[in-house]
Design a protein around this ligand. Structure first.
Ligand code: ATP
Length: 345
């Protein structure tokens, strides 16, 4: 297979297992974001792919070759880490050409590649500037260009945009994705920012405690989370206890609801319902009865907090569909049945 394959990759530090039996296939030319809470093992996994750490178990293959124990410099990788490690005393062009220079590439080839990359990162004409005179976003692009100068088989980035301010980070996410698509390079990015992952990735890999909880497209992860951890970690959601009696009639938070099925032979489950899939109506049949406790108007969206049987349910709407409710008012809460996700208890 062309691309990267991890089989049962494990990393133990003494008695602590940082990465536990990870299986993952990254097809050639795809963009993967590894996402998860601090300490879940994302960086350790990336370091093993890079050859900076050796797995204590399992195998890593690149384009079919076992690279588990191949040293980093022989893996044909491009890497960008949070600290960009650009050479401050060199120019933009010298920084980008550096990996080619240490490989003794002919001077003309170096210049041609630098010009190509500068155009790709929208910095044509910057070759002779010292990197110390660049903005944060420009430095970021130079680090990316330097990593790509050798046309690597695999492009690895660890929190590459986290030092940038929010606006610039969002713009760079789009740029990085467009560049990756143009080059068709297999790319793996570690991030703790789910919006970043959703923006850039073909596949989002959600990790927790050293294990992959789900690897799927951003929309699949959002719409069909595999478990309560993923549902809660990606976006915001309402996690609600549901029960079904022997005839399949469902109650949520102890109240009967219409149109929701937990599936065959399931008597208890957790429902994940995104706030945009919660509608507020007049109290009545088929809706949960609740009381509005808070309304947050964020301009573009309105969040209504409703207390149902002592639990908080959040409904989100656009200003046009603004619910006509105020704090203290009794309301009916409708969970849109076709988009509720039933998760095992
Ligand atoms: P963050 O988002 O905070 O960077 P992460 O998901 O990248 O977190 P890792 O850096 O991979 O997490 O660390 C995973 C776990 O392994 C952590 O509990 C960390 O303390 C532990 N760990 C990492 N490197 C070592 C090491 N060299 N020796 C011992 N434990 C380590």
């Amino acid at each position: 297979m062309s691309g990267l394959a991890l089989n049962n990759v494990t990393k133990e530090f003494g008695t602590f297992t940082a990465v536990n039996n990870v299986d993952l296939t990254v097809p050639h030319g795809t963009f993967v974001c590894m996402l998860g809470p601090s300490g879940c093992g994302k960086t350790t996994l990336l370091r093993m792919i890079a050859g900076l750490d050796l797995p204590t178990g399992g195998a890593i293959r690149l384009d079919g070759d076992d690279i588990t124990r191949v040293p980093t410099h022989k893996r044909n990788l491009g890497m960008v880490f949070q600290s960009l490690a650009l050479f401050p005393h060199l120019t933009v062009g010298e920084n980008i050409a550096y990996p080619l220079r240490i490989r003794s590439a002919p001077k003309e080839d170096q210049k041609k590649r630098v010009d190509e990359l500068l155009s790709m990162i929208h910095l044509s004409g910057y070759a002779d500037r010292p990197v110390s005179k660049l903005s944060g976003g420009q430095r970021q692009r130079v680090a990316i260009a330097r990593a790509l100068s050798i046309s690597p088989k695999l492009f690895l980035l660890d929190e590459p945009l986290s030092a940038l301010d929010a606006k610039l980070r969002e713009a760079m996410q789009v740029e990085l994705r467009q560049l990756q698509q143009k080059l068709g390079i297999t790319t793996i990015v570690v991030t703790h920012d789910q919006r970043e992952a959703m923006t850039m990735a073909d596949t989002v890999v959600v990790m927790n405690r050293g294990e992959i909880r789900q690897a799927a497209s951003p929309i699949e992860i959002y719409r069909r989370p595999a478990d309560t951890f993923v549902a809660d970690f990606i976006g915001s959601t309402n996690l609600l206890e549901a029960e079904a009696d022997s005839a399949g009639r469902v109650t949520v938070l102890g109240q009967p609801v219409a149109g929701i099925s937990l599936g065959p032979n399931i008597s208890k489950a957790t429902l994940s319902v995104r706030p945009e899939d919660v509608h507020l109506t007049a109290p009545g049949d088929g809706a949960l009865s609740g009381t509005v406790t808070f309304v947050r108007d964020l301009g573009g969206t309105i969040e209504t907090f409703v207390d149902v049987a002592g639990r908080q349910i959040i409904a989100v709407s656009t200003p046009r569909a603004r619910p006509d409710v105020s704090v203290g008012q009794p309301v009916g809460v409708v969970l849109l049945p076709d988009v509720c996700v039933v998760l095992a208890k």
